[in-house]
Design a protein around this ligand. Structure first.
Ligand SMILES: Cc1cc2nc3c(=O)[nH]c(=O)nc-3n(C[C@H](O)[C@H](O)[C@H](O)COP(=O)(O)O)c2cc1C
Length: 195
């Protein structure tokens, strides 16, 4: 099962390719994935009892336009993963560079801040369906749960998008790359308003 990794100039410790070939395969997979720059979102939901859940996610992508659907990869061990089957819907708030603290909090990286306490980071409000959404997010997708597929450690959560909020102004997306939060050097101007 050999992954092909491009050879970098040899160093004293052997070429990059040689060093990688000694790695555990899962570590090589992780190393490969660290070379993918990903946008960062917070996925939230709410239990029938009104308890709020939220988790930082990069495993989010647009699935289809007709109908508008998206997918989130959710680890079954997360609190969100544990409540998905009782949830009616979920929301995905895309983060900008200024939301790095929100990303850290909802990834469980701020000591002592867990569960619903995470919502003290960021300006959250409820949409009409009661889902927490980030008020100043560049975009928010409100979803009904269309399907929850299971694959080993994860769920593939498929959302049928019922509402979209977008802000205007310049967007500086938050990016996760090589295990670090960063930004995009050439941020794009504001998208055209929807008509
Ligand atoms: C940049 C980043 C991206 C992440 N993406 C995902 C993801 O797509 N799916 C997932 O299940 N966990 C992801 N995680 C991990 C969860 O955010 C983290 O485990 C979180 O604490 C889970 O919530 P819980 O502590 O309430 O269970 C990511 C973490 C980071 C730092």
């Amino acid at each position: 099962m050999g992954a092909v990794l491009s050879a970098a100039p040899a160093t004293g410790a052997g070429s990059f390719e040689e060093r990688c070939s000694d790695m555990d395969f899962v570590d090589r997979f992780r190393l490969g994935m660290q070379r993918l720059a990903s946008g960062v979102s917070v996925v939230t939901s709410c239990s029938p009892q009104g308890r709020r859940y939220g988790m930082t996610a990069t495993a989010m992508f647009s699935l289809s336009l007709e109908p508008p659907c998206l997918v989130v990869g959710v680890n079954k061990k997360t609190r969100l993963g544990g409540m998905l089957h009782e949830a009616r819907g979920f929301s995905v708030s895309i983060l900008s560079e200024e939301h790095q603290d929100v990303a850290e909090a909802f990834a469980g990286r701020i000591p002592g801040v867990a569960g619903a306490d995470r919502f003290i980071y960021g300006k959250w409000r409820e949409d009409a369906s009661g889902l927490p959404i980030l008020d100043d997010a560049p975009a928010v997708f409100v979803c009904e749960i269309a399907n929850i597929l299971e694959h080993s450690t994860h769920y593939l959560l498929i959302g049928s998008v019922s509402d979209v909020y977008v802000t205007d102004g310049e967007i500086d997306p938050l990016v996760y790359f090589s295990q670090e939060f960063t930004g995009v050097v050439n941020a794009l101007p504001a998208p055209l308003p929807l008509t």
